[in-house]
Design a protein around this ligand. Sequence first.
Ligand code: 5GP
Ligand code: ZN
Length: 114
Amino acid sequence: MKDCLFCKIVNGEIPSNKAFEDQKLVVFHDISPVAPVHVLIVPKKHLKSLNEVGPEDADLIAHVFKVAAQVAAELGVSENGYRVVNNCGKDGGQTVDHLHFHLLGGRYLDWPPG
Ligand code: 5GP
Ligand code: ZN
């Protein structure tokens, strides 16, 4: 997608601080972290939001959560715990229209969020 910020990060047009990359995903540190650990797990495939995920993406979504646990361990937050969230659409707080999951940790995370 030509004008998509995260597609540009995926293809290296815009730099990012990467924590993990494979054929399906890139994980990079959020530019405005809201927790000591705050990375974004971004499928390389351009899907606008969770609403566009179909049955053909089942393996991809399973992979997202497997990589989330792996990166959480690598970033040292496994033991105390962490949160993986997706913001979908306007009311969900989504600001970048390319599917991504936030991995947050390194402090106690209030629940429910505001
Ligand atoms: P959303 O609000 O869509 O769930 O999450 C988008 C996230 O992308 C936000 O947490 C925001 O700080 C982050 N973000 C926006 N632009 C950039 C950027 O250019 N680089 C990085 N690393 N993160 C970004
Ligand atoms: Zn995109």
